[in-house]
Design a protein around this ligand. Structure first.
Ligand code: UDP
Length: 259
């Protein structure tokens, strides 16, 4: 295959120039990081699962009218997306207390929130993605007032949809992170959902057992990471019965073949 131009390499994905102007190819790696990349590892087969799970969720969100960057999945590890200007804000939506919220406010993990919480973090690895308010976002011009309105609106719609989707397969959607981007139609800019939605950026707990089916397995050294991601994919109906990690692990097959 002709060599493509790499645009960016992040912690879990590589972005390549797409086949047409205004398109990008997202390649999902098996690399995992946590605690602002202080902890690094590989979860063999994760990229394949996240590519598939994210395709599924973005497709369903598009069906209910949430505009997203997703165009189509290309192969096991790649998807074609619309190029957009990423808004440098991580939008965290929470239904249940966990992670940094639990630590910061000293509230026990697992406490159900009386209402959905939306938090914003400024995307800056060197600063460790500090939490910011809408005041900071407006003050520093990271996003406009109308854009923030659209973002909050979409975040709630995504949360309502995903809470139902996961509840139907016995999974509690505790919290998750979204990223948004801008696309331009001439002078007019519009906000769309970008990045990915996968167990890397969500907390997913089994409703019956409380078992963690997400990246906390890696963060907290619980083991069984890929099995947990597979379980999410399986319950979503994305894995044919019997398909295991070896089949999914294209990356190491490629490396073995020296490609
Ligand atoms: N999250 C993420 N990327 C980040 C920070 C958080 O995807 O850089 C997700 C995380 O997986 C969880 C939610 O956002 O589902 C809330 O994370 P939290 O603020 O509790 O931070 P953490 O405990 O993960 O450091």
């Amino acid at each position: 295959m002709a060599r493509r131009r790499q645009i960016y390499e992040g912690k879990a994905k590589i972005l390549y120039e797409g086949p047409e102007p205004g398109t990008i190819i997202q390649y999902f790696k098996d690399d995992a990081t946590a605690f602002n990349a202080q902890k690094k590892g590989t979860i063999s087969g994760k990229g394949v699962l996240n590519n598939r799970i994210s395709e599924h969720v973005f497709t369903l969100l598009q069906h209910i009218g949430v505009p997203t960057h997703f165009i189509r999945r290309l192969n096991m590890r790649e998807q074609l997306v619309r190029q957009c200007e990423i808004i440098p804000i991580e939008v965290v939506v929470r239904n249940v207390v966990a992670g940094s919220l639990s630590k910061r406010l000293g509230i026990e993990e697992g406490t159900q929130l009386p209402r959905t919480l939306i938090e914003y973090y400024y995307k800056d690895d060197a600063l460790g993605d500090p939490m910011v308010t809408e005041e900071h976002i407006a003050c520093f011009g990271w996003a406009g007032q109308e854009e923030m309105h659209d973002i909050a609106d979409m975040a709630i719609r995504v949360n309502d949809f995903m809470s139902g989707m996961f509840a139907a397969i016995g999974i509690r959607l505790v919290d998750f992170k979204l990223e948004f981007g801008r696309v331009f139609d001439g002078e007019f800019a519009r906000v769309i959902l970008a990045d990915e939605i996968s167990p890397d950026g969500c907390r997913l707990w089994d409703m019956e057992t409380g078992e963690k089916l997400d990246k906390d397995r890696f963060r907290r050294d619980l083991g069984g990471e890929v099995e947990a991601y597979q379980e999410v994919a399986r319950r979503l109906g994305l894995l044919p019965e019997g398909l295991d990690t070896d089949v999914l692990d294209l990356e190491s097959h490629r490396k073995k073949r020296g490609k």
